[in-house]
Design a protein around this ligand. Structure first.
Ligand code: FEO
Length: 399
């Protein structure tokens, strides 16, 4: 057996059997400075059930973990809550080990997506939203959570334990020896927020609907087990409450000034705008795209009242990092933002309007035509930056 984390019992007869990825630093474009985990769970009941697998490279570790509790061949069925490969990559290895004919439960879209992805003739058993399954002592309920965050996503709820396997929802990219919220305290919340801001933000309306649906169904939770990071057992209500708050995106008196710079002119503009915002009592910070990762910037954007974007004009266009960030932010659909653009340039200055166009496409309220300054900002130029900062501060204060 390897030296990986051993299984951990999270409720009587229900085990965490996942893997810790200490080394991952880039999760499809999201900076995972503290790694992540791929959580897989084993329910020991009359029907021994595995919930989700792990990333392909960790499949042997998963099987070793399971073997510490039971011979994997004795697993009766697998439930796949989500097709994305960090949870399904281990399926071929697991199915091969436990027996290719064992039932594989998933949503209807999961059936479609898993079949398409793996091209394997597994024994698929698509389940309905609200469908139930008896394992012996326990009963499971399946909840379709389409587009949270893939079309195939679903949750699995254990009625007797009031325990929810929530797939990607309520997760965090955090690798550590801690497995539970009570071992982390408040320190886990920034990881949960970053995860929400970069993975779930665009589905905020669906999250609010789901919380309503679950409340109407009268479901309550003792434990929430996401597929990444720690398990919420001390206070599962805390992360649900945080999701409702984050989904609302209520703007704070806060501004994020995002920029890149070639010869420091755009930097000078950014810092002058930030200084003016600060003087007006706004929580503001400049974020240089070559010092700050796009996913850390999005974590700041989520509750900001204003998002101000600056770029040098390069080859009649935007600086590449600014284009990258605007594309990323647009996909995540932040809402309730004031927007403004600024740029420096040598002879054409298209960057400002290009930023404005993107901010308009994101439905930001553009409160100023923007500011463009040729070459190096002089005293007057810096004063104009100051005025722009003040104007933004006044508008934020009125939100
Ligand atoms: Fe953790 Fe959508 O996969």
């Amino acid at each position: 057996m390897g030296e990986q984390m051993k299984p951990i019992e999270i409720a009587k007869g229900i085990y965490w059997v996942g893997a810790i990825d200490w080394n991952i630093r880039d999760f499809h474009g999201y900076s995972t400075y503290q790694g992540t985990t791929y959580n897989s769970y084993l329910i020991m009941d009359k029907k021994i059930t595995l919930i989700d697998t792990v990333k392909k490279e960790f499949a042997d570790e998963l099987l070793e973990n399971i073997s510490r509790i039971v011979d994997p061949k004795k697993i009766d069925c697998v439930i796949s809550n989500h097709t994305e490969m960090d949870h399904s990559g281990g399926l071929p290895r697991v199915m091969h080990k436990i027996g290719e004919d064992k039932p594989l439960f998933c949503s209807r879209m999961g059936h479609k997506n898993l079949s398409h992805h793996f091209q394997e003739k597994w024994n698929y058993n698509p389940v309905e939203d609200g469908g139930e399954m008896n394992l012996g002592r326990r009963n499971l309920v399946f909840l379709e959570t389409r587009m949270l965050h893939w079309p195939d996503s679903m949750f699995t709820y254990v009625k007797e334990d009031k325990l929810l396997f929530s797939s990607d929802a309520f997760g965090q990219h955090y690798a550590g020896l801690e497995r539970f919220d009570d071992q982390m305290g408040e320190a886990i919340m920034p990881h949960a927020l970053k995860y929400f801001a970069n993975i779930l933000l665009l589905y905020s309306p669906l999250i609010l609907k789901l919380v309503d649906k679950v409340t109407e169904m009268g479901l309550s939770f003792n434990t929430i087990c996401p597929d990444h990071g720690i398990i919420w057992r001390k206070d599962p209500g805390k992360i649900i409450k945080a999701y409702v708050e984050w989904s609302d995106q209520k703007p704070k008196k806060k501004a994020v000034v995002i920029y890149d710079t070639m010869w420091q002119s755009t930097k000078k503009m950014a810092e002058a705008i930030v200084a003016a915002l600060g003087e007006e009592g706004v929580d503001a910070k400049p974020m240089n795209l070559r010092s700050c990762h796009r996913s850390d910037i999005m974590t700041e954007v989520i509750d900001a009242g204003a998002v101000i974007v600056g770029s040098p004009t390069l080859n009649n266009g935007l600086f590449p990092t600014v284009s990258d960030f605007l594309t990323y932010m647009k996909g995540l659909r932040p809402k309730n933002k004031i927007g403004a653009a600024f740029c420096s340039y040598g002879w054409s200055g298209e960057a400002m309007n290009l930023i404005n166009k993107e901010l308009e496409a994101m439905k930001f309220e553009i409160i100023d035509p923007g500011l463009k300054i040729q070459y190096v900002p002089d005293k007057e130029g810096l004063q104009a930056c100051h005025e722009l900062g003040k104007k933004i501060a006044q508008r934020i204060s009125g939100l």
